[in-house]
Design a protein around this ligand. Structure first.
Ligand code: ATP
Length: 195
């Protein structure tokens, strides 16, 4: 059985907070690999200003380049319509049946609080092991309570950064060095993203 961590997100752009979480959980949960799964259309985000799938994917590739434990599955980008996690987990079980995978689905506390709005959250909890970690500024809401017994919480050393924060700093011409990978920053400059 292969133990695989699944890290979904918009990754617009991927930042070092994402990478720290992924690496920390890999070690903590003794996972063989972490698969980053960029969303095509996030069910609960305003997707009007989102960077193209191609650019987000290219930045992900640059950020994880050379890490033997990290890989990307672009199945949500290739799938039409809204990127529902339950559809992704079903598809991954189907596509990787030969590995007998055990999927660990990562969610931050911000997502735990939105779980009740997701498509078929109970199915997600049944078909994967949901692993949650804190996020500065977020504590569990009342509406998340019914799911908490089925979620494993892991303490991850945290940074108060987000892709929104990165985009804002770039727009304002402020440094994002050490917040995102240098290669990703170079790409952003070349493509003039987030201006
Ligand atoms: P945005 O600011 O554009 O909403 P984001 O930084 O939240 O983006 P996503 O691509 O949505 O990034 O990341 C996927 C998930 O990673 C988030 O929903 C959140 O749960 C988690 N995450 C990202 N950054 C952090 C952080 N600094 N601390 C804890 N969790 C984080």
């Amino acid at each position: 059985m292969k133990k695989i961590g699944l890290f979904g997100g918009t990754f617009d752009p991927i930042h070092n907070g994402h990478l720290i979480i992924a690496e920390y959980l890999r070690v903590e949960l003794d996972l063989e690999e972490i698969w980053f799964i960029p969303a095509r259309i996030h069910p609960l985000k305003n997707n009007t200003d989102i960077t193209s799938a191609e650019d987000r994917l290219n930045m992900l590739k640059l950020a994880i380049d050379g890490d033997q434990h990290f890989r990307i599955d672009d199945l949500e980008l290739r799938r039409e319509g809204i990127s529902y996690t339950i559809d992704t987990i079903d598809a991954l079980h189907e596509n990787y049946r030969h590995l007998s995978p055990e999927f660990y689905f990562f969610i931050g506390m911000d997502n735990v609080n939105e779980l009740h709005q997701w498509k078929e959250p109970k199915q997600i909890l049944t078909k994967s092991k949901v692993v949650a970690f804190g996020r500065p500024g977020f504590t569990p809401h009342e509406k998340a309570k019914e799911f908490l017994p089925y979620i494993r919480f892991v303490h991850v050393p945290l940074l108060e950064i987000s892709s929104t924060f990165v985009r804002k700093r770039i727009r304002e011409g402020l440094s994002v060095r050490y917040i995102i990978a240098d290669s990703v920053f170079k790409y952003i400059q070349e493509k003039q993203l987030y201006r």
